[in-house]
Design a protein around this ligand. Sequence first.
Ligand SMILES: [Fe+2]
Ligand SMILES: [Fe+2]
Length: 267
Amino acid sequence: MKRNLSNNNLNEVKKLRTYHVNTPQYNLYNEMHKNQTFQYVKLKTKEYSKLNKCKMTIKKALALLDDFIDPSDPDLDVPNSIHAYQTAERIRKKYPDDKEFQIIGLIHDVGKVLFSFGEPSWSVVGDTYVLGCKFPKSIVYYDTLKNSPEYDKYDNTGIYKEKCGLENLHISYGHDEYLYNVLKNNKNHKISHKYLNIIRYHSFYPWHTEGEYRQFMNDNDYIILSDVLKFNDFDLYSKEDDTEITIEVKNYYDKILDEYFFGDLNW
Ligand SMILES: [Fe+2]
Ligand SMILES: [Fe+2]
């Protein structure tokens, strides 16, 4: 089932996510497609599941994004913390009473603190895709996947079973899976599971926007899909905003973060 987009929306998606060759985005995906193998994903998932890198508050992690500009994104050249507030503000405008959803807008990219542990960009940012089955042609810069040692190694189902569920797929490693794991395994916050899944799959464009990997979905994954798509509009279109991030805005989010997070998290 492909996503139903009106012509207007489709044009907007195209305008916002346009990928050219010989750009920083091309170079990043080229490295990603060469280096993210099935074994690499397993290794990184295991390494970061230990949560032994450091202890810090969610606010400290968010502040680290002041120093990170996402090189995979053709539509953003501001520090990621600005994108965080702009996404949250877009959600607040539409859902003024839904503080938890606003917080998800604010923190959804905080997993990019992986850069501060020395991870290369191709292991932090960019659209994600599945290892261990055939690469769908709708993946951004599909041609560079031909440099993957796993190109043409698998068929559509690969090592998986039909309807095995998204949670059993090995998805290329990056900030989605990392923050999902941090939030899943730290108990000193009140973020609910529904929102953890939005974080986990928000960069999984081949799945949520291109309609790929339907062979692996179970019934519950369709609920996750509709949650992720609802969030994606705020994540994507906030890149067109020039909302000013004032002290009042920052204070508002500091206050609601204090309601949902308690002390240091293990990272
Ligand atoms: Fe992201
Ligand atoms: Fe984002």
